[in-house]
Design a protein around this ligand. Structure first.
Ligand SMILES: C[S@@+](CC[C@H](N)C(=O)[O-])C[C@H]1O[C@@H](n2cnc3c(N)ncnc32)[C@H](O)[C@@H]1O
Length: 320
């Protein structure tokens, strides 16, 4: 019998920042991220520059007294020196906790799981977009990605049972009807299962993946209902305003933003918004009725791109 997911929590006073790895060679080509399936393996020289950039970002975060670090980007596990980098973060820079946010497919190789564990990795965040190959692979646009992701999750449970595993999912047209099943599969492996909606880059011509809040509402309500029967795993629903559900629940979170990044991480100019360090596709807006909602202080509002795409002009304010 395999051990259950463990509850490892870092004290809440610890500060978390993120190192963004720009390898631009993700093995997944998710419909909301890389619909054109553009991929270019970096040269040795480019990898050298990427490695130096990662270390620079990490050193800056540590200087600014961050104790927890997330390694994210597109995709960090494709950086060949990832194991040494984790070791560098833990042993040389003495971060208390290191999280790797990755598609995780390469962890279908148990040797990599063991190497990351022995380098000191504390947490993994891995996306699951379907409970079956045909759903997950339709979102990642990569055949075989579901099989590798599940093998990876199995390997982590088997070889690194103390690793804090979080499984994340994004709700899109391709997987909307599968949301409850995704939660069921993910909760076999994870301590936290989170659902959110993909940000929409307004300059992208094809937005067919995006689903309106009204269309996803029945699935989300069913998920919350199922969840009541099994509270072993923490469920988080993010970036969906409370008024979409019609009630407040603490596991619905609509205030948190992306983690802090180092000043040396350069956001592409095309994505700079009027809010410092927030890319245009993450900007949220409040609608007229939000001012009358009892939960307005706990809600960030609607993604501007969703409001525009689905012509959301107002909200239904909630009362206490
Ligand atoms: C940017 S990726 C980096 C880690 C890794 N490449 C991955 O696929 O998990 C981190 C997470 O952001 C999410 N993501 C990707 N594109 C997104 C988008 N357009 N809006 C919101 N989240 C997105 C994915 O679910 C992914 O798990």
């Amino acid at each position: 019998m395999l051990p259950k997911a463990v509850k490892v929590k870092f004290p809440s006073h610890l500060k978390k920042g993120a190192v963004v790895v720009q390898v631009n060679a993700c093995s997944n080509s998710c419909v909301f991220c890389n619909p054109e399936r553009v991929r270019r393996r970096p040269s040795r020289e480019e990898l050298q520059v990427i490695g130096e950039d990662m270390a620079r970002q990490a050193r800056e975060l540590r200087r600014r007294r961050f104790n927890l670090v997330e390694i994210s980007g597109s995709d960090p596990i494709e950086y060949p020196g990832i194991v040494s980098f984790v070791r560098y973060l833990k042993r040389d820079l003495t971060f208390t906790g290191v999280q790797l946010s990755t598609h995780g497919r390469s962890l279908h190789d148990a040797a990599l799981v063991k190497a990351l564990k022995s380098a000191g990795l504390d947490a993994l965040k891995i996306p699951l977009y379907g409970s079956r190959p045909c759903v997950h692979d339709a979102v990642t646009q990569e055949k075989g990605s579901f099989r590798e992701t599940l093998e990876a999750l199995e390997n982590v449970r088997r070889h690194a049972p103390k690793m804090l595993v979080m499984v994340s999912s994004l709700i899109v047209r391709q997987n909307c009807r599968d949301v409850r099943h995704i939660y069921r599969v993910a909760s076999r492996y994870a301590f936290v299962v989170s659902f959110s909606v993909p940000c929409i880059d307004r300059s992208r011509p094809d937005k067919r993946f995006a689903l309106s809040f009204a269309a996803m509402r029945p699935q989300l309500l069913a998920l919350l209902k199922d969840r009541k029967k099994d509270n072993r795993v923490r469920l988080v629903i993010a970036d969906v305003p409370f008024c979409v559900f019609g009630f407040f629940q603490p596991q619905i979170i609509n205030l948190s933003g992306p983690p802090a990044t180092a000043g040396t991480y350069g956001m592409p100019d095309a994505y700079r918004s009027s809010v410092e360090r927030l890319p245009t596709y993450r900007v949220k807006i409040k609608l007229p009725a939000c001012a009358r909602c009892a939960f307005t202080d706990r809600c960030g509002g609607f993604y501007q791109a969703y409001a525009e795409l689905f012509n959301i002009k107002d909200a239904r304010p909630l009362s206490l």
